[in-house]
Design a protein around this ligand. Structure first.
Ligand SMILES: [Mg+2]
Length: 227
């Protein structure tokens, strides 16, 4: 029986996509709205794709209805698929070994909690060869507010394993203050990793339960997390 659930963020936590996601967004804006947009003033890291699309729509006076959001995100996905192989990125330090170790432990379930839409998450993680590690996920398709995603992850965990996971048996791993807030929002343990845009000091200010510079020392990470 699974008693612990690890929920991973994607960008800056599992992988660095070398800006492929942001490039795909700017290409989608160019295609849909005819504008050259640097995305300045639009927060990307730790936000959801659907939340980011809504901010972009505000800028261009576009109604955030389902048809417009779907059209824009489909366009983003097409560009993401071509940008990923054209951009230098990779799996972050220790991630591959950590995922392999977690999968060996019968009590541990491994899944995603990410601001990516599901199709974008699949494109990115398939490109970097790690999609198969994850049993299920909560995605930006579920809600545009990241702090609401924990409930979707908990529901899917219960559906997949037939029993709920207690919030204090759930670890939310991410690289931004938004990941920490999102984990705290449903009482999970929060694990912050400074492999994205935020430093250890910046993340510490948001009081995660665990904090790592990176996950390269897998044995230390596992023992720190009580595994
Ligand atoms: Mg991230």
């Amino acid at each position: 029986m699974k008693t612990r659930l690890f929920l991973f963020d994607i960008d800056g936590t599992l992988i660095a996509s070398g800006g492929a996601g942001e490039k795909a967004l700017t290409l989608a804006i160019k295609e849909r709205f005819g504008a050259n947009d640097s995305l300045e003033g639009i927060e990307i890291a730790g936000r959801t794709d659907t939340g980011i699309a809504r901010r972009i729509f505000e800028r261009y006076g576009v109604e955030p209805n389902t048809e417009n959001l779907t059209g824009f995100l489909d366009c983003y996905l097409r560009h993401l698929e071509t940008r990923l192989p054209a951009t230098k990125g990779g799996v972050l330090p220790g991630i591959l070994q950590l995922l392999e170790e977690l999968k060996k432990r019968p009590a541990v379930a491994v899944a995603l909690l990410t601001g990516n839409i599901r199709a974008g998450a699949k494109l990115k993680l398939t490109h970097y060869g790690v999609w198969h590690f994850f049993e299920f996920g909560a995605f930006a398709d579920d809600h545009h507010d990241r702090n609401r995603l924990g409930k979707f992850a908990q529901d899917r965990a219960r559906e997949t394993h037939g029993a709920p996971f207690a919030p204090d048996q759930i670890f939310v791993l991410g690289d931004t203050p938004h990941d920490i807030d999102c984990g705290k929002a449903f009482g999970a343990k929060t694990v912050a990793i400074a492999t994205g845009r935020y430093s250890v000091e910046e993340l510490r200010a948001h009081r995660p339960d665990f904090l790592f510079q990176d996950l390269s020392n897998v044995a230390d990470v596992l023992s720190t997390l009580g595994l």
